[in-house]
Design a protein around this ligand. Structure first.
Ligand code: ZN
Length: 154
C-alpha cells in the first residue's frame, strides 16, 4: 500500500498575469476564445481554468457531466441559451453553479468577457443529435495545455 496515499495534496498557486493566454481548441469554440489552465486535480477529476472571451464568441454545445462553478469577472455571458430560452444572462461580477448534466446548447458572450471556472468531472461536447464530439476530462485538458506550451516553445 502506498504510504503517501492519504497525505494531503500539496497546494498550488498561480500568478495569473505571469501565464500566457493560449487559444482554445477551434472546434469547441468560436470567435477567438483563449484560456489559461490553472490546476488539475486527478484525485477529484476536476480542473480549474480562466477564459478570455471576446464579444461575439461562444462555446460549442456541451453537457457538464459533473457540476461546475464559475465567477464571471468581466463582461456579459449567456448560459443555457440565455433568458430567452430558459437559461440565464449574467453580467460581471457574477457567480454561477451549473448542475450535473447541465446542457449548455450555446454559451454566448455579448461583451468582451472573462470568467474563472472549476469543473468537477468531464465536459461532453455534443453535436445536434447529442452524439459525443469530444469528451474533455482533466487529463484531456492537461494534455491540450501541455501541447500548447510545447508549440509555443517549439
Ligand atoms: Zn458549460
Amino acid at each position: 500500500m502506498n504510504p503517501n496515499k492519504y497525505d494531503p495534496v500539496e497546494g498550488r498557486s498561480v500568478q495569473i498575469d505571469e501565464v500566457d493566454w493560449v487559444e482554445f481548441p477551434g472546434p469547441l469554440s468560436q470567435g477567438g476564445i483563449r484560456w489559461k489552465l490553472l490546476n488539475v486535480a486527478p484525485e477529484l477529476g476536476s480542473w480549474a481554468a480562466i477564459y478570455d472571451c471576446p464579444k461575439g464568441s461562444s462555446f460549442a454545445s456541451h453537457v457538464h457531466v459533473g457540476p461546475g462553478e464559475y465567477f464571471l469577472t468581466k463582461g456579459h455571458m449567456e448560459v443555457r441559451g440565455g433568458e430567452g430560452e430558459g437559461g440565464v444572462s449574467v453580467k460581471a461580477p457574477a457567480y454561477g453553479y451549473e448542475a450535473c448534466e447541465a446542457f449548455h446548447g450555446m454559451t454566448n458572450f455579448l461583451e468582451d468577457s472573462e470568467f474563472y471556472m472549476t469543473f468537477l468531472g468531464p465536459l461532453n461536447f455534443v453535436d445536434e443529435e447529442g452524439n459525443t464530439i469530444a469528451l474533455v476530462t482533466w487529463k484531456t485538458v492537461q494534455e491540450a495545455w501541455d501541447a500548447a506550451q510545447q508549440a509555443k516553445e517549439g
